[in-house]
Design a protein around this ligand. Sequence first.
Ligand code: PLP
Length: 451
Amino acid sequence: SGDTVMLATEAPLSERDGVLHSWSVQADWNAPTVTGGEGAWLHLADGRRILDLSSLAECSNLGHQHPRLVAAIRAQAEQLCFVTNAWGAQPRADLAQRLLERSGFEGGRVFFTTGGADASENAVKIARQAAGKPHGAIIARDRSYHGATHLAMALSGDTRTRAQVDPAAFGVHHVPPPYAYRCPFGSRDADECGRRAADAVSDHIDRLGADNVAAVLMEPNAGTNGIVPPDSYWPALRRHTADRGVWLIADEVMSAFGRCGEWFAWQRHGEAGRPDLMTLAKGLTGAAVPLGAVVLSRDVAERIEHEMLYAGLTYCGHPLACAAGVAALQAYADENLIERSRALGSALHAQLLQLQQRHRVLGDVRGGHGLFAVLELVADPVTRAAHAPWPQTPAPLRALVDAAMAEGVSLAVRGNLILLAPPLVIGERELSDALALLDRLLTRFFPNEPT
Ligand code: PLP
């Protein structure tokens, strides 16, 4: 037909012009196209190879195109691509069993979602239902991130997302974070800052009345906002919420699956850190297929066992995704990637502390638990003054990121933070070469001023 002839002669629509890109100013979006990958490397359409130091969005923990993931997805696709939750699917059952065993949540249940934001939303919904407080308040914290759907955005304590929604309309309250480098409570000691931040949560519960609070939702370790809670924080939070009959939800979307040196970050504190619910996504499938989950303790699960659950999307617990999840969990275990992350993470932390000795701009080096390091850049390490107000990225840091990319290394930056979260399969040599590059670029873009 005439229409077909017209389409055939038109130039193809470029991604830049046709797609509305997330978290972008459309007119500025101009990213290179990725055609493939291997290990910690991304392959670009123009033939370049880029070392990925952030696992994309801190999600590709197994690197790119992990052969086991590819094989598992292919095998599942050949057998059964999809059935809804109205039907059983073996990979869903297998993945739930493995998650409950790994986390020690025996007797609990797993609710599968399509990603992190709907895991946050459903965790809140389930927590309210199980508490018998359908409109109960949820306490989250400033400088946190829980996703970009409406409730998840309201939960996120992020200055940019806060402006888009009204947390109060969703029953969400925010408290100050356990940010030891700039302690909101004025503490000089990190553990004291962590305890004060946990006390701020219990004070807030007491002010609202525990009967009116359904849950506390927090990230137990490092996240996009670069807060790494002191050791004292999470166990204190656990005690305060348990004492008050308020559920504790650990948002483990970014921190689980080796990222923070454990299967689940709260496990660093042993049983003293066990939450009532936890949310998962990202590393759950090594990001190969979208999947999220809410894991419920036995106590939470039993309370809703005989009630209708008004939750779920068409693709929740998609068999392809669950098959990828089973393969991912097997790969983390068989390749000792949790232990590897812990070992490489503490070596990386030691190297970064050395780098800090040579670069005044490195005000704070956070992490040390697994392959997740946060570098906070400052204009003056003595006063801790920032180059630009949070969450602006100082111009020299943007230039540093561009220069790294030109040298084949992709770095994640948020405000004045560099987040180093490479795939757990990254080679030691690749990591040390990248650190040497960072050292050179810090000298180039932030020459030390005489003290
Ligand atoms: N929770 C945390 C801690 C996250 O880091 C993220 C994403 O970065 C989310 C939730 C949202 O996950 P998703 O982007 O899969 O919706």
